[in-house]
Design a protein around this ligand. Structure first.
Ligand SMILES: Cc1ncc(COP(=O)(O)O)c(C=O)c1O
Length: 360
């Protein structure tokens, strides 16, 4: 059975399993904001047809103005990208032919980007409680040119603290190692001042990657950016293809970035659902990671060997989780779920209850 490498492909999962799903399918496999896209977007998009008819402004002036204002970072420290994915691949290209460190399980595209640019990858593992192996990491840094960190981490949803990132940055400054921090999901964090951005003034080896496709639910439009020192941004810019970001996305960015009400609404939804899910899943006897973002890992503590069967059961009940077969270190032993709307999460809890009752 060949399952897709990324979430958001429910039809392919259903076909691969040969399960007959009838009625509405609930896609928990893609960790996209279920609140969005912002309501005004559907009115705005037809008006932007003219942006499709000519090349985007090569300087992306309005988009950079808005991004710089929102991030409170100089424009020369920003690079607009075609999603977080382009930010990852451009960054990896900086280290072509060199050595990288990846801590598994994490987002699979770091490895793929490293392979694409002939980078030799050393792997370490999170421990059983999904904590980072700091001692081993500190040692490994002296042998590599770059380390890829994901915060919050996909697929665990857990968060490396800013203090811990600073500890690694300090070592990296001494060993000549760049620290890449992928903050694709940072916009979902409920606490204030949640980014490692404030360390930029002190550590020239810090490269922050961001995605806007998750929070604004626009994976088809694509939007992301890099925040780093002027020097690193200039190097990345040299490697970026022209007009990489499409004109429609660029034209939308100022309005997206200034829509504070949308982000407040997102956090209100997430805070409530996170709390409910944590309580109910534990009560049903399911292990789940203590996620601070919009997805979490789950395993049936009472039937830990039956994850494949649980996967099939959920799909047969129109719920599509994200398998973890291609997350090194998880190897299919967990399932990843997006935090969806209240109704969808309630349906998931209902089906998990059925699974539990079935086993009794
Ligand atoms: C951790 C992480 N970084 C980056 C990306 C890519 O984001 P984008 O859709 O903006 O390319 C993803 C997508 O799943 C992700 O999980």
């Amino acid at each position: 059975m060949v399952l897709p490498a990324h979430g958001g492909q429910p039809d392919r999962i259903i076909t691969s399993l040969g399960v007959e799903a009838k009625g509405h399918v609930y896609d928990f496999s893609a960790n996209i904001n279920p609140v969005g896209p912002p309501a005004w977007l559907s009115e705005e998009l037809p008006r932007l047809m003219n942006e499709a008819e000519h090349y985007p402004d090569p300087q992306y002036t309005a988009a950079y103005d808005a991004l710089s204002e929102r991030e409170m970072v100089a424009q020369k420290q920003l690079l607009l990208t075609n999603g977080g994915a382009e930010a990852i691949f451009l960054t990896a290209q900086l280290f072509q032919g060199k050595k990288a460190l990846i801590i598994d399980p994490t987002f699979s595209e770091y490895e793929r980007a490293c392979r694409a640019f002939g980078i030799d990858v050393t792997h370490l593992r999170l421990d059983q409680d999904f904590q980072f192996p700091f001692e081993e990491m500190a040692q490994a840094l002296s042998d590599v040119d770059v380390v890829f960190l994901c915060r919050p981490n996909n697929p665990t949803g857990t968060l490396l603290s800013i203090t811990d990132v600073e500890y690694l940055l300090k070592i990296g400054m001494a060993t000549g190692t760049a620290v890449v921090v992928d903050e694709a999901f940072v916009h979902f964090l409920l606490m204030e001042d949640s980014s490692v951005k404030r360390l930029l003034d002190f550590y020239s080896n810090l490269i922050i990657l961001r995605s806007l496709t998750k929070i604004y639910a626009i994976p088809g439009l694509r939007a992301g950016y890099v925040i780093a020192s002027e020097n690193l941004i200039a190097k990345l810019q040299e490697k970026q293809p022209p007009w990489s970001v499409n004109g429609i996305t660029a034209a939308l960015l100022p309005a997206l970035l200034s829509d504070k009400a949308y982000v407040i609404e997102t956090k209100r939804w997430l805070g409530g659902e996170q709390k409910k899910l944590a309580k109910e899943l534990s009560a049903l006897g399911f292990f789940h990671t203590l996620s601070c973002t919009n997805f979490y890992l789950l395993k049936d503590e009472e039937r830990p060997e039956d994850t494949d069967e649980l996967f099939r059961f959920l799909v047969a009940n129109n719920i599509i989780p994200r398998h973890t077969d291609n997350f090194t270190g998880l190897d299919g032993r967990f399932l990843r779920f997006a935090v969806r709307t209240m109704q969808e999460n309630d349906y998931l809890l209902h089906v998990l209850k059925k699974w539990r009752e079935k086993a009794c």
